[in-house]
Design a protein around this ligand. Sequence first.
Ligand SMILES: Cc1cc2nc3c(=O)[nH]c(=O)nc-3n(C[C@H](O)[C@H](O)[C@H](O)COP(=O)(O)OP(=O)(O)OC[C@H]3O[C@@H](n4cnc5c(N)ncnc54)[C@H](O)[C@@H]3O)c2cc1C
Length: 259
Amino acid sequence: MNVVVCVKQIPDPAQPGQLDPGSKTLKREGKLILDDSDAYGVEMALLLAEKAGGGEVTLVSMAPNGETSGLRTALAMGAAKAILVSDDSLAGTDALGTAKVLAAAIKRAEPDLIVAATESTDGYTGTLPVQVAEILGLPSVTFAKSVDVADGKVKVNRQTEAGYDEVECPLPALITVTAGVVEPRYPSFKGIMAARSKPVEQLTVADLGLSADQVGAAGARQEVVDVTAAEERKAGEVITDEGDAHERVVAFLDQLKLI
Ligand SMILES: Cc1cc2nc3c(=O)[nH]c(=O)nc-3n(C[C@H](O)[C@H](O)[C@H](O)COP(=O)(O)OP(=O)(O)OC[C@H]3O[C@@H](n4cnc5c(N)ncnc54)[C@H](O)[C@@H]3O)c2cc1C
């Protein structure tokens, strides 16, 4: 079974980059890392391919400056190869433009299953995967908390507020997985060494048969109109036990409707 995983490479959240004051988007100039959200998708894809006893996992990413650091991490986990779309004309591409690019790249890999995360850590619109499915004319199942493939179908327990729904659809299909769906493996030393020589096909917008007006700032229908710094986290309240600490902790949790 051939599985494609959409892998977003993002600025390290521990050292967030600068905002470009003009476009109000994140500057993605330095090293980019594998988005933690996508480590779950990579692990799920590896497990499904292993269980199927054949086929391989291909990574697909769109990122600036020919960046492959995040892809190498996922290759070190065990993916066989990667497709990277990187092109100066992609600067300012919005979510739909990104979906068009990824869909065109994914088509080349002829997958049975496409895996993405429910949302990325830096953009988190949560809209990209279903747009890819729509463009490719494939069924999609989102918020998977467990996944199985059998008899040409993907069977998913789909997270809901009340519990989960059991959903199945025919392959090929696209699924999005939630964080915690599986425990991502740590790349072994052997995996890290092997990843260095695994193939990463680098493509441009023209290679995908897309025109410049479908992508980039020119093709974008989304615009970031304002950016505001998140409110600083307030210092916590220290409760000194004078015999009533348990009551005050309970009252605090009650006020937050946590109990
Ligand atoms: C105004 C604007 C300007 C932008 N400028 C640029 C730019 O200059 N350069 C650029 O590269 N991108 C640019 N983007 C694209 C952006 O970084 C996202 O890739 C895209 O908008 C998807 O949004 P998201 O992260 O909210 O996806 P979500 O829907 O939250 O992501 C869900 C999942 O989809 C997959 N996914 C999302 N993005 C990618 C990706 N890029 N590659 C592979 N898988 C992915 C991952 O599995 C991810 O976990 C821009 C977006 C906007 C709105």
